[in-house]
Design a binder for this molecule. Structure first.
Ligand code: ATP
Ligand code: MG
Length: 419
């Protein structure tokens, strides 16, 4: 590996918005106050150099973790020892969290846990990172440092393991998923041949990863611009096997991604997961939800994306779609209509389907004009009868096309309460 540190050919990030942001400056100022060094590293530097948006900022520093805590507090910043035994402190400035990690050398790595020693050597810190493009650093003034020559790989969009790919994967099998995630986010989805061969050879170790770690990487991968290509390679190579029974429905995923692209919608990772897996039986689905530790909202999203209903097809009448929208909401309608489209053979620019998916923009479901209190006012005692009257009213109201005249609604409610 070449040592291209502080090479004048490296571009400068001076003036980058995220770097001159008051929050970033406050954290740098706190860390540098007593002579320690600090540099942004990882995704922020990589994305900035690629011209893609910077989300969160990781900072590497020569200050020891307890000193990071102290320096942050001295600068009136909030600091939390989120992973202090591995050198990580979360420093919050202007409500923005920064992961600040002391330069380290991994002595022994076993999954997310590592036995570490702290160092002041940037090259050593770079060597323990996963990919060459993730080992680029940037000082507060925007000077880029490249201790192991990752810039060339970055410009070539080559996701290359630092050191021997097999050995690096054995230290932490999550790196297999990160390899595909970065290939899907930054490359053309066709993974680097060397890394791919190592990922396939080492795939047996994937089974022991924790659900939370897999979940994070898999959802990022699913949302990525060229997720389809990467997931296609992974499925064929059996890399998804621990979570998704083979074969995953790559064809449907590809159709959904094409539809999302034509509609200019951001890739929805959970909907895409549904497209990949919805032919599986319910046990396989429940296992997937459980294994990936999906939140209740994500699990509900995954399930509702599998709902089949004639109202989700454009051939249905507008009223059926309205009733679905009223009963299940706009998000469920859009998810269901997109999935129905992905399951069909209609092209991604199909005008009728486009019009149908946009239904929630044209029609907003009205609110039921009566409540339990209205029924109580009519002399019905609190209890199950109240719910029955409301349900009967709702059926009448839907059947009569959601009338909004309050007089008419009250008359009907009175009539139903007398029954
Ligand atoms: P993103 O933009 O998605 O946050 P990132 O590269 O910043 O991408 P993080 O998970 O935030 O990814 O990790 C920050 C940095 O820490 C990485 O760029 C990499 O240098 C290092 N890193 C993270 N996870 C690992 C890992 N499993 N093995 C080795 N290095 C890692
Ligand atoms: Mg990051």
């Amino acid at each position: 590996m070449t040592s291209a540190d502080n090479d004048s050919r490296l571009p400068s990030l001076a003036g980058a918005k995220w770097l001159i942001d008051p929050a970033t400056r406050a954290v740098f100022a706190a860390l540098l106050a007593e002579g320690a060094k600090a540099r942004a590293v990882g995704g922020a530097v990589r994305n900035a150099l690629m011209g893609t948006p910077v989300k969160d900022i990781d900072i590497a520093t020569t200050a020891l973790p307890n000193d990071v805590m102290r320096l942050a507090k001295k600068a009136s910043l909030h600091a939390m020892p989120t992973g202090i035994e591995h050198g990580t402190v979360t420093v919050v400035a202007h409500n923005t969290p920064f992961e600040v990690t002391t330069l380290r050398r991994d002595i022994e790595t076993f999954g997310r846990h590592a036995r570490v020693t702290f160092t002041t050597d940037w090259h050593e810190d770079a060597l323990r990172r996963d990919f060459t493009m993730n080992a680029l650093y940037c000082t507060a003034d925007g000077t880029v440092h490249d201790p192991i020559g990752g810039y060339g790989d970055l410009t070539a969009r080559r996701v290359r393991f630092i050191g021997d790919a097999h050995a690096r994967i054995r230290e932490d099998y999550l790196r297999i998923l990160r390899f595909f995630r970065f290939s899907a986010q930054l490359g053309n989805g066709v993974p680097d041949a060397e890394g791919l061969a190592a990922a396939i050879a080492e795939k047996a170790g994937l089974a022991n990863l924790s659900g939370e770690r897999v979940r994070t990487e898999l959802l990022l991968l699913l949302a990525a611009p060229v997720a389809v290509e990467a997931l296609g390679v992974m499925d064929a190579a059996g890399i998804l096997d621990p979570w998704i029974e083979k074969p995953a429905n790559i064809k449907r995923l590809a159709r959904l991604a094409d539809i999302e692209a034509v509609l200019k919608r951001e890739g929805d990772p959970v909907l895409r997961l549904a497209a990949l897996t919805h032919d599986k039986d319910l046990t396989a689905q429940a296992r997937l939800q459980n294994q990936l530790r999906l939140s209740a909202a994500e699990a509900a999203h995954l399930t509702r994306a599998g709902v089949r209903d004639p109202a989700l097809e454009p051939g249905s009448n507008e009223r059926a779609a309205q009733v679905f929208l009223y009963r299940h909401g706009a998000d469920a309608f859009i998810d269901g209509a997109l999935m129905a489209w992905a399951c069909s053979s209609d092209p991604p620019d199909d005008a009728t389907r486009t019009w149908h998916v946009a239904m929630p923009q044209r029609w907003r479901a009205p609110e039921l004009p009566v409540r339990g209190a209205d029924v109580l006012e009519l002399g019905i005692p609190a209890g199950p009868q109240v719910g029955r009257v409301i349900a009967a009213f709702e059926n009448w109201w839907i059947a009569h096309n959601f009338p909004c005249d309050p007089e008419r609604a009250r008359d009907k409610l009175r009539e139903l309460a007398r029954l």
